[in-house]
Design a protein around this ligand. Sequence first.
Ligand code: GBH
Length: 461
Amino acid sequence: TGRPAAEAVDGLPTDFRWGVATSSYQIEGATEADGRTPSIWDTFCRVPGAVEGGENGDVACDHYRRMPQDVALIAGLGVDTYRFSLAWPRIQPHGSGPANARGLAFYDRLVDELLARDITPWVTLYHWDLPQELEDAGGWPLRDTAERFADYAALAYAALGDRVRHWTTLNEPWCSAWLGYHTGEHAPGRRNFGDAMHAVHHLLLGHGLASRRLREAAGNRPLELGITLNLGHHAPAGDSAADVAAARAADGMGTRLYLDPLVHGRYPEDVLESLAARGVTMPVRDGDMETIAAPLDVLGVNYYSSHLHSGTAEDGSTTDAEGLPVVRGVAHGRPRTAMGWEIVPEGLTELLLRLQRDYGLPTVITENGAAFEDRPAADGSVPDLDRIAYLDDHIRAVARARQRGADVRGYFAWSLMDNFEWAYGYAKRFGIVRVDYDTQRRTVKDSGRWYADTIRATRGR
Ligand code: GBH
């Protein structure tokens, strides 16, 4: 094929961590197997209009049944790490109470399969599949959900902690809170700003409580504990004071609202003020902020895009209908992926340098990748040159950040294979491996071959 030759990436060390990532609901299918109960995504997928094409994760990539072959596929890509998530409704079907041994057994086998092939398991405890019973009780806006999450984390660690050293508590709490409870684009599809902000606090609290339980359970065992956030670089569109304020406000809602409490143990004052202006206060109790600021070994960064921010609406006004300052996203004017997201690799360099400066944690890129309209060739290969370019540009952006002093230790491609892309269903393909949903056949795309070659070249230099 005409795929570009892979070269070693300058600026990345030979022991840089390379991986591929997935999540439970997006690939597993088998939603009724072995005692699993419905999650909020099983329910949400049945709401008319919620998911494109009315699709759902009932079958997805059938990974639950094809796991050993999929692990062989991962091994073939030459990565050293596989990031996956545990389905809470498999492990603790009622969201509380004892562990479900049959559900745990799947992850037990997955971990053993990975270790047998020398692949490090990197476990995410929560990638959005909340047991429906917990949502019925109030979901993340309810404080009790944080306590339930900590209990679930302890059960998972008790079963897998003897072999799994890398644990991520939450994937992208911004998405869980904002898309799940404010815009309603994601499960559970609620639309209430105050609830969404309470969800933020209880997600962070759940992270802190779970961290404490994992540290206690680990004792002297090595444990690498972290959280993964979806982050972008927020720059002002122009140099007006309104644009600077808009970028700061976007950064406050998207970045500092999470990282300030996690790292510094306090919510940012300016964000609390803007919440107060909308009639919302965080439900903070004594001791919460100390709990949330539990030590982190690594910060997981999911990066897809960045945009600019303007403080002026299209009609020239600087306040919205509620009298609050305008914060309007503005495009860079770059090419976009099939998601409509602009391709802004230098935003990743800027982001990593900023994270280093303000938060000082080691980072790993736990997700980066793109959906494009893949067109399989007659010979069955998938010449996804646009995805190769996307990955190449972003890996080099990571290397540049490292050369300039950011302590970034790894990069995981999103995603191992095409999968259930949430509200977009199966139409959007992020995989470096193609999945034919009629036959469940996997085909390594040219990007997958290129990624394997790039890893080999960079390691071997
Ligand atoms: C991740 O979320 C998820 O963890 C993963 O499950 C999912 O499959 C993957 O990404 C792909 O969607 O307005 O142009 O600046 C992604 C979270 C938040 C990333 C919104 C893109 C907006 C892009 N997304 N963001 S833009």
